[in-house]
Design a protein around this ligand. Structure first.
Ligand code: SAM
Length: 302
């Protein structure tokens, strides 16, 4: 079998199983993610959509359910979300059990292209490549996910999506760059489309791992921004995950029309996943109060 020929959903489930017990090591990362999401909520009837919720170890669901009237968790791995939800509510006080009603799990493919990605990985024909590019040029049908949301967040899902499709393309293949670009654009446009007018979109982006950048493990918090900048300048970040490049895409046509101001990147922090750590930043965009670009309703995005 080609190296990319493993079913991508099965691979994601495997990754999630290996980090499901990481609740404790995720604590600092969870605080960063939850604080930003909670701060964007709090309005009566506010809704939250989380793309790539997985085991939910990076979400304090009880705190978020106090800040949002409804929460939709979207991921390809239903069992990971069920496990994460059960884990958090198992120890919740009796008075907080009712908050669970606010949380809905939405198993879905955030790209709408995983199946054809796998077909291409197994049989890299020009026909399968055309179908793959066609699928990535559409907004995925995640409408069942209940959006648009007052706040929509992608929680370190983009690096996974890019890596799934890169693996299927095969390292060094001519299609690697163009397909990776389609994946990035599709995901950013999905996030924008799921943000309600006047709402907030937050892209949590893991930029580099301690495997290639171990200095993050000892660096004082105040030096992490300079470290991230240097890693990106030297081309050491994950493919497609340079925050400056992501901000450029968000702040360029056609996405620029959606936002009330320029996207804002946060100071980075370290996400301790257990065996390795990641440098993570949050890029926040505010949706205009009035509509936005035509393509937000669905259809072709590229
Ligand atoms: C880095 S993990 C997110 C971490 C997670 N929030 C947690 O606390 O465990 C990325 C998530 O993206 C999900 N994912 C990857 N590809 C996906 C796809 N095509 N559609 C939906 N979810 C996907 C994985 O299942 C995984 O849960």
């Amino acid at each position: 079998m080609r190296p990319g020929g493993v079913d991508p959903s099965a691979r994601q489930r495997f990754y999630n199983r290996s980090s499901e017990g990481s609740w404790v090591s995720f604590a600092a990362h969870r605080r960063e993610v939850t604080a930003r999401l909670a701060a964007a909520g709090g309005q009566p009837g506010a809704s939250l959509g989380v793309l790539g919720a997985g085991n939910c170890n990076d979400l304090d669901l009880l705190r978020l359910a106090e800040a949002y009237a409804s929460i939709h968790l979207l991921d390809i791995d239903a069992a990971a979300m069920q496990g994460g939800l059960a884990h958090q509510f198992a120890t919740a006080p009796a008075g907080a059990q009712g908050l669970r009603e606010r949380i809905r799990l939405v198993p879905c493919d955030l790209t709408g292209a995983l199946e054809v990605c796998h077909e291409y990985a197994v049989a890299p024909t020009s026909g399968n490549l055309g179908r793959l590019r066609g699928a990535l040029a559409l907004l995925p049908a995640v409408a069942a996910g209940g959006g648009p949301f007052t706040t929509v967040a992608s929680t370190c899902a983009l690096s996974q999506l890019v890596s799934i499709f890169r693996r299927a393309m095969g390292e060094g293949g001519a299609e690697l760059g163009p397909v990776g670009e389609l994946v990035r654009l599709q995901h950013l446009r999905t996030v924008a489309a799921l943000a309600a007018p006047g709402g907030t979109a937050i892209l949590f982006a893991d930029v580099v791992s301690s495997e290639t950048e171990p200095r993050m493990l000892d660096a004082p918090a105040a030096e992490l921004a300079a470290l991230m900048e240097r890693v990106c300048r030297e081309g050491g970040c994950f493919p497609g995950m340079n925050p400056a490049g992501l901000v450029r895409l968000l702040d360029g046509p056609p996405l620029k029309d959606c936002w009330a101001g320029a996207p804002e990147g946060s100071a980075p922090w370290v996400w301790d996943l257990g065996p390795r750590s990641y440098l993570v930043t949050a890029i926040t965009c505010r949706r205009k109060g009035d509509g936005g670009a035509d393509w937000l309703g669905g259809g072709r995005v590229g």
